[in-house]
Ligand binder design. Structure first.
Ligand code: ADP
Ligand code: ZN
Length: 439
């Protein structure tokens, strides 16, 4: 049992030898499977139906014998049906924003919160932050995991935390300037809004001490990163997480920014074929499945995240030994099918932002016309472009149309819209509006 109680306070775990890591994972996996079997009825029943017991987990590969868990399991057992410890052990509840329906509830023991704090602390360190930083946490505080998650991690790091939560954008900018904020945590779309708001007040973020952004909670593209970095002069890092697993802090980019290191001493990753459930080798794209190796209040075993990515197992130049996951291109639920073609919003974002004169504000509208499904893309253009001649606008419109059509392989109706007409987001952006008639 020695390994389990090792002090994993240190980010030394980011650099741990692979053989040690696998041993640690196996020991933790066996422990958590046993714990879930003993305390979660749904899990025990499923193992019993398959004639498996926790003792059948002898190697890491044996994980493939275990059934998957899905979001529907959290809904069906709402609110507390998957808890694996008595309520007296639970010190915190969170609920997901419920992008799709009823919220789901997650819980933490004191030790679970400690793990969460440690992984976020390691995540911040990976973005080059330290006790000398002033970290503005502009993720929402409350049931959403973003705010409090980032908050305690930044405190654990010893940084100075400014807990602004989401919203009140003018005040965010004022505090950012007056307090000399050096790092900010929020969604990338919210930071875009802040850049805009600052510009409206004649503040150029390049002139402020802010130098790092830790952005996540929604899909965003490298093209968006380019826009953000150029407009603000900061370095923008991608952080990944989800409430079901722990919240933000499951994986984080390092200075190399070639994928996110996953804290696999706590979160065991697999990639599966979303159709067949078959485990795919490292390097292949599929759905990310995560097992929480050290979360006791609500263990998630082989949880299907619906997020699409791949595992990168090649060594990273930063020296961390933790494997990486590629940028989450999309959630499988975000994909839409138009006339038989699979389209991801991220493809459209990449196409739009590859062309000058656009802003990061756009909407994708799906609609039905004469019984056919179609896509309309509304994109806001910059002030300069807007006041320009009609000719230039027409040329831009054509260029954007062909960029989008070239990437997705479908005809689109592309509209240039006036500055400040598309709704801004202070949290997770909703860019797809589905007005299709259901058959
Ligand atoms: P909800 O499911 O209600 O949106 P969460 O706040 O738990 O609740 O959201 C987690 C989801 O957010 C992830 O499963 C993923 O789809 C998305 N997400 C989080 N971080 C990132 C990121 N860095 N890149 C892309 N998507 C992300
Ligand atoms: Zn690295």
């Amino acid at each position: 049992m020695g390994l389990l109680y090792e002090n994993d306070d240190l980010s030394a775990l980011d650099y741990v030898r692979q053989d040690y890591l696998r041993e640690l994972q196996l020991e933790r996996l066996r422990r958590i499977v046993r714990h879930a079997y003993d305390h979660v009825e749904l899990f025990r029943n499923r193992l019993n139906e398959r004639g498996i017991t926790p003792d059948d987990i002898k190697t890491l590969a044996d994980i493939a014998k275990l059934p998957f868990m899905k979001k529907i399991d959290l809904r069906d057992t709402y609110p507390f049906g998957l808890f694996a410890v008595p309520m007296s052990e639970i010190v915190r509840l969170h609920a997901s924003s419920g992008t799709t329906g009823k919220p789901i509830v997650v819980s933490y023991t004191r030790e679970d919160l400690e793990v969460w704090m440690q992984v976020i602390k390691r995540a911040f360190a990976s973005c080059g932050l330290s006790r000398n930083d002033i970290v503005q946490v502009a993720y929402g505080y409350g049931l959403f995991t973003g705010g409090l998650g980032a908050h305690y991690g930044a405190e654990a790091l010893g940084a100075t935390v400014v807990p602004t939560s989401g919203g009140n954008t003018k005040r965010q900018i004022m505090l950012m300037r007056d307090f000399g904020t050096t790092a900010i945590c929020c969604t990338p779309s919210y930071f875009n809004f802040m850049i805009e708001q600052a510009a409206a007040e004649n503040i150029d973020m390049h002139d402020l001490p802010i130098r790092v952004g830790v952005f996540g909670a929604e899909p965003w593209t490298n093209a968006m990163r380019g826009r953000i970095e150029e407009a603000s002069g900061i370095k923008a890092y991608d952080i990944y997480g989800l409430s079901e697993i722990i919240g933000p802090g499951v994986a984080i980019e390092c200075k190399c920014q070639q994928g996110m290191h996953i804290f696999e001493d706590h979160f065991y990753p697999e990639i599966i074929d979303p159709e067949t459930g078959e485990v795919l080798p490292d390097g292949e794209f599929g759905e990310l499945v995560i097992t929480t190796l050290s979360k006791f209040a609500m263990p998630m075993i082989r949880y299907r995240t619906r997020d699409l990515t791949r595992i990168i197992s090649e060594p990273c130049a930063c020296g961390r030994t933790l494997r990486r996951i590629d940028r989450i291109s999309s959630r499988s639920d975000d994909m839409f099918i138009i006339r038989g073609v699979n389209v991801f919003p991220s493809q459209i974002e990449t196409a739009l932002l590859s062309i000058e004169g656009t802003t990061p504000n756009y909407n994708i509208i799906l609609y039905t016309e004469n019984g056919m499904d179609n896509i309309e893309v509304d994109v806001e253009i910059s002030e300069e472009m807007f006041s320009d001649r009609v000719r230039a606008m027409e040329a831009l419109q054509k260029k954007l149309t062909s960029a989008v059509e070239g990437l997705i392989g479908l005809r689109v109706k592309l509209k240039l819209v006036a500055p400040n007409t598309i709704q801004r987001s202070e949290g997770k952006a909703r860019r797809v509006i589905d007005r299709r008639e259901k058959a």
